[in-house]
Design a protein around this ligand. Structure first.
Ligand SMILES: Nc1ncnc2c1ncn2[C@@H]1O[C@H](COP(=O)(O)OP(=O)(O)O)[C@@H](O)[C@H]1O
Ligand SMILES: [Mg+2]
Length: 334
C-alpha cells in the first residue's frame, strides 16, 4: 500500500549538509501497522513526511495505493492526499474551534457540504470515543482527548493510509496505551494501513506488525516482528527484550534463548539441567507480548565451556529455539 524506494534527502544546514535519508526503502502492506523506530535526528519525520510529499525526496520513488506521487500534478496530488491522514505529536488543533469544528475543517477543505460535514464529524467523533466532548475546545480537553480529535480529523476524509508522527510521545503511559489501542481498533474496523514513527520501542511492541530501525538516515534492519525476534543478532529483537548488561564477573558461557509461539511453555531450562547435568543460572528474562503473541528471551549462564557446553547448545538449537552465545569464557578463566 505504501512503497518507498531508494529515498535520498539532504538538507543544507548551518554546519554543512545533513543527509536525512540515505537510500531508504520500505514497503507497507495493506492493513499493516508498520513502525519506524530511531533516535532523535535519525530522519524519522523526514521519512514519514515524504509519504504525503510534505517533504520531497531528492531522489527515489513514493507510491501510495499504486499511485506514483512524484509523477502527479498539483491537482492529482491534492486528490491523492485525501487518501492519506496524518496525526502529530503536538496535535496541531485550531484552538478557536471545538472538537467537532476541527474535524469539520478537514471536510470543509475537501469541499464537503455543511450537512454532510456535520454527519460525518459526528460519526467519526463517535468512533474515537469523543461524542460527549464534541462541543469542547482544545483547551478544555486532556492530551489524550486532543489526540483523539487529531485522529478523528485525520480520518474525516476516509483515508486508506494513516501516518502518525510520534502521536503518543507527548502523552503519559496510560494515555499512550489507550491511543495505541484506538489506532489498532481503527485499523481493524476501517481496514487502514498505518505507518508510524516513534523513538519508543514500547510503541513498536504494542501495536506494530512490522518495524524498521532507522539510524542516521539509513534503515539498518526491518521485518515482521514475528521474524525479527527469531533473527540471530537482531538489534530490534535486543531492544524488544530489554535484558540487563552482563555482570563483569561472569565466568561461564552465557546464552540468550528466545522462546516464541509453541516453545514458550516448554520446560527448557529444567531439561537442560537434567539432561546435561548443568547447574544453570538465570541472569535475566523478559517476557513480552509482541505482535499479539507471547515471546520471551532468557539469559542463562552455563558453567564452563567446551564440548559439554557445545552439546547442550546444539541440543537447545535442535528444539527449534533461537540460541545466541553472547559470552564465552576465555581459556584462562575456564
Ligand atoms: N528543514 C530542514 N532543514 C535542515 N535540516 C533539517 C530539516 N529537517 C530536518 N533536518 C535535519 O535532518 C535530520 C533528520 O531530522 P528529522 O527527520 O526531523 O529526525 P527525527 O524525526 O528522527 O528526529 C536532522 O539532523 C535534522 O536536523
Ligand atoms: Mg521527528
Amino acid at each position: 500500500m505504501i512503497s518507498l524506494q531508494h529515498l535520498h534527502k539532504t538538507f543544507s544546514g548551518a554546519s554543512g549538509a545533513v543527509r536525512a535519508l540515505d537510500d531508504v526503502s520500505i514497503e507497507v502492506a495493506e492493513r499493516q501497522i508498520f513502525g519506524v523506530v530511531g533516535q532523535s535526528g535519525a530522519g524519522k519525520s523526514t521519512l514519514i513526511r515524504t509519504v504525503n510529499l510534505l517533504e520531497r525526496p531528492d531522489s527515489g520513488t513514493v507510491a501510495v495505493d499504486g499511485r506514483d506521487l512524484l509523477g502527479l500534478d498539483a491537482q492529482g496530488l491534492r486528490a491523492a492526499r485525501h487518501d492519506i491522514g496524518m496525526v502529530f505529536q503536538q496535535f496541531n488543533l485550531l484552538q478557536g474551534r471545538t472538537a467537532r469544528g476541527n474535524v469539520e475543517l478537514a471536510l470543509e477543505i475537501a469541499g464537503v457540504d455543511r450537512v454532510e460535514r456535520r454527519r460525518r464529524a459526528g460519526e467519526i467523533l463517535d468512533l474515537v470515543g469523543l461524542s460527549s466532548r464534541a462541543d469542547s475546545y482544545p483547551a478544555q480537553l486532556s492530551g489524550g482527548q486532543k489526540q483523539r480529535v487529531g485522529i478523528a480529523r485525520a480520518l474525516a476524509s476516509n483515508p486508506k493510509v494513516l501516518l502518525s508522527d510520534e502521536a503518543t510521545s507527548a502523552l503519559d503511559p496510560e494515555t499512550m496505551r489507550s491511543i495505541l489501542e484506538l489506532i489498532r481498533t481503527i485499523r481493524d474496523e476501517l481496514g487502514l494501513t498505518v505507518l508510524l514513527i516513534t523513538h519508543e520501542m514500547d510503541v513498536i511492541k504494542r501495536i506494530c506488525d512490522s518495524a524498521a530501525l532507522l539510524e542516521s538516515g539509513r534503515i539498518v534492519e526491518q521485518g515482521r516482528l514475528a521474524d525479527v525476534i527469531t533473527t540471530p543478532g537482531s538489534r530490534l529483537a535486543a531492544d524488544l527484550f530489554p535484558l540487563h548488561d552482563l555482570p563483569p564477573d561472569v565466568s561461564g558461557t552465557v546464552v540468550d534463548i528466545t522462546f516464541s509461539g509453541g516453545s514458550a511453555d516448554r520446560p527448557v531450562i529444567a531439561q537442560l539441567a537434567r539432561t546435561h547435568g548443568f547447574d544453570v543460572s538465570i541472569l535475566g528474562a523478559a517476557i513480552e507480548t509482541i505482535a499479539g503473541k507471547q515471546a520471551g528471551r532468557t539469559r542463562l549462564e552455563i558453567p564452563g565451556s567446551g564440548t559439554a557446553v557445545d552439546a547442550a547448545i546444539a541440543d537447545l538449537r535442535s528444539q527449534d529455539l533461537l540460541v545466541e552465545v553472547i559470552h564465552t569464557p576465555s581459556r584462562a578463566a575456564s
